[in-house]
Design a protein around this ligand. Sequence first.
Ligand code: DAT
Ligand code: MG
Length: 156
Amino acid sequence: MKTTLLILKPDCVARGYIGEIITRLEKKGLSVLAMKMIMVSQELAEQHYAEHKGKPFYASLIKFITSGPVVPLVIEGMNAPQVCRTIIGATRCAEAEPGTIRGDLGMSCRFNLIHGSDSDESAEREIALWFKPEEIMQTYRDDYHWLHDFEDGRPV
Ligand code: DAT
Ligand code: MG
């Protein structure tokens, strides 16, 4: 089991899709271990998007993510960072596969509804940035045996 950081962005919150997205995550078999609604400070936005500093879209990205309430989530599940990226879809919503969050719910690149950590390492860094350890709950789902099947220690 791994954890990842997702952020429901200001467009997602403003369009009333908090429930829709959390429902998709829960139905897939992922667990919400932490969740809150906050306004993002300039400092947190800059730390979170440090890898994009200097790119042409950086300033507008920071302006957007600090423009309204967001809902950061810590999500747990088997290979959670990778599985969540698959569920989220391609960065540009207009090009994202149908069935993905971005493919089903958006058209924009900047207003693409949701952030998901892009690797196990990013997930670890981003979770520490957005949540205190005491804000993160323990595993609680009781359907593990229906979601996962192993043979010789490997998932099948
Ligand atoms: P992702 O969110 O799929 O990991 P990313 O890390 O490459 O995408 O970029 C971070 C965010 O920046 C992305 O969700 C939307 C915005 N963005 C990326 N490329 C952009 C571009 N060419 N023009 C405008 N915004 C862009
Ligand atoms: Mg990214």
